[in-house]
Design a protein around this ligand. Structure first.
Ligand code: G3H
Ligand code: 13P
Ligand code: ZN
Length: 377
């Protein structure tokens, strides 16, 4: 028989259960709301490159491979460099890869760069021709940096694991590819095999070695990369070879040893039709080095990659050619000249303006005469 106290206990238990039940519902609702809000929030803070009007490098490389030319990959850190690149590429109707190193990102600020890339897209339209523009991370050194760039509007990233033991390079590159390729808008990834010589701010290698053709099939298939940077004798910076590796002309100009086209050909045979990238491809024009030295600079033993060798590379599976140092030399030469000739000048526009014009001239020359990318936008 149900006694009064039992009924009271039962009601008490029921009310505790219902309280717990309600709490559970409240708890679940809170968690779900939090999830939705944080998702929305992070989506709001994620910028896809398509929103900025950029493209990835997939289609550009396909066309470059077919057409026997290379896409210029020019580094930039500031407004004048970016203006010169866009003006030159619009005038020559060339697609372009805007490259940002981690050093450049620290210098210019990630938010500034994102808006500068968007500005570049709008600027090209304003100049009368919307060229395809890629925003690319140059020499990404960690998964986190690549992820951050992808979430901040980059359409392409390089993960440079070339200094790591082979298997670690494979694992890191694969991780970046899986993340980049899973985005709503596919982000292209460049990997690297082989180590370039040379030293720049954030890119240095004491011991260089050429890419081993035997590794490329395995690397490309295991990682899923969209393009592969290789080492065939180019190197970073303005002094790409030691003087003892070169010969000299009568007037003292250093002539470098030729690039290892035999290695490039071997790689092309192993991965036919796969986009290859050349880093360290500045030619280090003698005129700029002389101009810099004439106006007070010191750049001993400067030597770059001769233009005809880059022309030959551009006709092959090399679809992207990286140039930074030549732009630095052109700007510095002009800034030094203007300031030397006009010591009274202190308005930055008066020396950065001519430097920007000189840069534009240099990039137009590269697109038309060296890379062959002109009229392919
Ligand atoms: O290959 C490296 C690029 O020239 C970038 O150099 O790290 O000094 O910006 P940076
Ligand atoms: P240069 O130093 O020859 O211009 O090379 C630039 C580069 O490879 C950027 O990644
Ligand atoms: Zn490089």
């Amino acid at each position: 028989m149900l006694r009064r106290e039992h009924a009271q206990d039962f009601i008490f238990c029921l009310s505790i259960l219902s309280l717990l039940h309600n709490r559970m519902i409240l708890y679940i609702t809170t968690i779900t709301c939090r999830k939705i809000i944080s998702c929305r929030f992070s989506e709001e803070h994620m910028t896809s490159y398509k929103e900025l009007g950029l493209v990835n490098s997939k289609e550009l490389f396909r066309k470059a491979m077919e057409g026997g030319y290379a896409i210029p990959a020019y580094n930039f850190n500031n407004m004048e460099q970016l203006q010169a690149i866009i003006q030159a590429c619009v005038e020559t109707r060339s697609p372009v890869i805007l490259q940002v190193s981690s050093g450049a990102r620290k210098y210019a600020n990630a938010t500034m760069l994102r808006y500068m890339a968007k500005g570049a897209v709008e600027y090209s339209k304003e100049l009368g021709y919307a060229i395809p523009i890629v925003l690319h991370l140059d020499h990404g050194d960690s998964f986190e940096l690549c992820k951050d760039c992808i979430e901040n509007g980059f359409s392409s990233v390089m993960i440079d694991g070339s200094h790591l033991p082979y298997e670690e390079n494979v694992a890191l590159t694969k991780k970046v590819c899986e993340f980049a390729h899973a985005q709503k808008d596919y982000v292209t990834v460049e990997g690297e095999l082989g180590v370039l010589a040379g030293v720049e701010d954030d890119v240095s290698a004491e011991h260089s070695h050429y890419t081993r053709p035997d590794e490329v099939v395995d690397f490309v298939s295991k990682t899923g990369v969209d393009s592969l940077a290789i080492s065939i004798g180019t190197s970073h910076g303005r002094a790409k070879f030691r003087p003892e590796q070169c010969t000299r002309t009568a007037d003292g100009v250093l002539i470098p040893p030729p690039l290892r086209f035999d290695i490039l050909e071997e790689i092309e045979k192993r991965i036919p039709g796969f986009p290859i990238v050349l880093h360290g491809s500045s030619s280090v024009p003698v005129e700029y080095v002389r101009m810099i030295e004439q106006y007070g600079g010191k750049l001993p033993d400067s030597v770059g990659i001769p233009e005809e060798q880059l022309r030959k590379a551009a006709r092959s599976a090399v679809c992207k050619i990286n140039i930074d140092s030549d732009g630095r030399l052109a700007m510095t030469a002009m800034v030094r000249k203007v300031l030397f000739e006009h010591p009274e000048e202190f308005d930055p526009r008066k020396y950065l303006g001519p430097a920007r014009d000189e840069l534009k001239k240099l990039y137009m020359h590269k697109n038309v005469e060296v890379l062959g990318s002109a009229n392919h936008a």
